[in-house]
Design a protein around this ligand. Structure first.
Ligand code: 9MR
Length: 455
């Protein structure tokens, strides 16, 4: 992966500010592009998955695409509570087993979906309440997670437990009425049953920073602070004709809590923006190092629960749509924010004694990840020989571009020349030391030329 990143066709614009005049533009050669979704995702250490209705595994046209393009599967319905425990205490794993065997035979990982949910409960559970329901629910988690122990990459332990709208509160349900701690009880039971599986909370309408996603964010933060075992958050991403501008920032804030994030049920309303929305979601995942994979909720348009929305990457004849190409290109473009340390060649000290006076100040270089309508810039600040006690980086933005979000620096202004000052933990740098900050924006920001001033 490092090799690929080092070779990636990224344009790095390195501009020295106070250190020297001039600009270096380094263009790296392109790495071999993945020609399937799974190959392109794998080159970035991610999986690319599909929800599967196991009844379709015997349809050749369907399975051909599934096996060629995807390296992760999730059961569209077969591992849900009504399917796996149709009568209390009587478990049925036929559908789930069929999917697991297909996955194992074809080198695919399996997402488990879903241990507890207010919907698709068996009739016997729908009629229960109180401690009887709580005990039955936890028993269900234990039994199913134990049965599939060692075979599941990530489990949706709890699905859709938060309310829509502005409350940010839990959804009312028979499970919720057993007590607010039902979710953590489920996660603890799942961990005990299958310690190797990543344990996820999964929900929809969480495609940006909003009341619902913030309610979930607060729960995850609370779980992490109290040691409740949670490893990941699934963002279903059943999308319409537009995408929240802070989709990536929302993923990132969860990742910053110390959990992985996954796009778990992606599908997008058909229309002019379908391909670009698919691409933007994929780029967002690539740009968040803890975004470990993407799953589309079905394979071909006609397999989708959304029917006439034609919401997937393949048409009903199995042809690749424009949305497919958009996703593949975004996977091949890789992350805009490298997670590995920079691989710049070491600079050897000069053999002759330097004739110039020692350099002071600082320099700044930008690496840019752009897409239609937006960008993420990562800025590296390098201290000169005198070190810094603080720094300021000025970045003139092209007209139409604006900064919407900044990390590890404080921004003054959002359009025109934006000034970024160090925050308290990254201003003091020794000679040659590096600090990194970033910002995200709307519009196009190609050709940024930052200037660094040290104090
Ligand atoms: O795709 C699933 C469809 O076949 C079922 O009829 C439906 C029943 O609730 O569930 C669909 O999958 C849902 C998933 O389990 C949870 N998130 C929303 C999905 C689409 O409704």
């Amino acid at each position: 992966m490092k090799h690929k990143r080092a070779l990636r066709a990224a344009v790095t614009i390195a501009v020295t500010g106070a250190l020297a005049a001039g600009m270096t533009v380094a263009l790296n050669p392109a790495a071999a592009a993945g020609t399937t979704l799974k190959a392109a995702a794998a080159e970035e250490g991610r999986y690319f998955g599909a929800a599967v209705a196991t009844g379709k595994l015997s349809t050749g046209a369907y399975t051909t695409i599934l096996n060629r393009e995807f390296n992760s599967v999730v059961a569209e319905n077969e591992m849900k509570w009504d399917a796996t425990e149709p009568q209390q205490g009587q478990f049925r794993y036929t559908g789930g087993d069929r999917l697991v065997s297909h996955a194992q035979a074809n080198g695919m990982s399996v997402r488990g979906h879903a241990l507890l949910w207010h919907a698709q409960q068996p009739g016997w559970a729908q009629g229960m309440s109180g401690s009887a329901l709580r005990n039955a629910a936890i028993n269900h988690v234990t039994k199913v997670a134990t049965y599939y122990r060692g075979k599941i990459h990530s489990w949706d332990v709890v699905n859709e437990a938060f309310a829509d709208g502005g409350s940010g509160a839990r959804r009312d349900s028979n499970l919720q009425r057993t007590g607010n701690d039902w979710i953590e009880a489920a996660f603890r039971a799942a961990r005990a049953a299958d310690p190797g599986a990543k344990l996820c909370y999964n929900d929809y309408n969480t495609d940006g920073v909003n009341a619902k996603s913030t309610g979930i964010y607060n729960m995850v933060r609370d779980f992490k602070s109290r040691g409740v075992p949670i490893d990941c958050v699934g963002f279903q991403s059943h999308l319409g004709t537009s995408l929240a501008g802070d989709y990536q920032a929302n993923l990132q804030r969860f990742a910053d809590l110390g959990v992985d994030v996954q796009i778990t049920e992606l599908d997008v309303m058909t229309g002019g923006s379908q391909a670009s929305i698919f691409g933007a979601v994929t780029r967002a995942c690539m740009n968040v190092s803890r975004c470990t994979g993407i799953t589309t909720w079905g394979v071909r348009d006609c397999d989708s629960w959304r029917g006439s929305d034609n919401a997937l990457l393949f048409d009903c004849n199995g042809n690749k749509k424009a949305a497919y190409t958009s996703v593949l290109n975004a996977l091949n473009a890789g992350p805009g924010i490298p997670t590995d340390p920079p691989t710049d060649p070491p600079t050897d000290p000069p053999t002759d004694p330097p004739t110039d006076p020692p350099t002071v100040g600082c320099s700044a270089s930008v690496s840019l990840n752009s897409w239609t309508g937006g960008f993420v810039a990562t800025v590296k600040v390098t201290a000169g020989s005198a070190g810094t006690s603080g720094w300021n980086v000025s970045v003139p933005l092209p007209s139409g571009a604006s900064v919407t979000n900044t990390w590890s620096a404080t921004a003054t202004g959002s359009t025109g020349t934006v000034r970024f000052a160090n925050v308290d933990y990254n201003g003091r740098l020794g000679a040659g030391q590096v600090a990194e900050f970033g910002f995200q924006g709307n519009g196009s920001a190609s050709g940024l030329t930052p200037t660094c001033t040290a104090s």
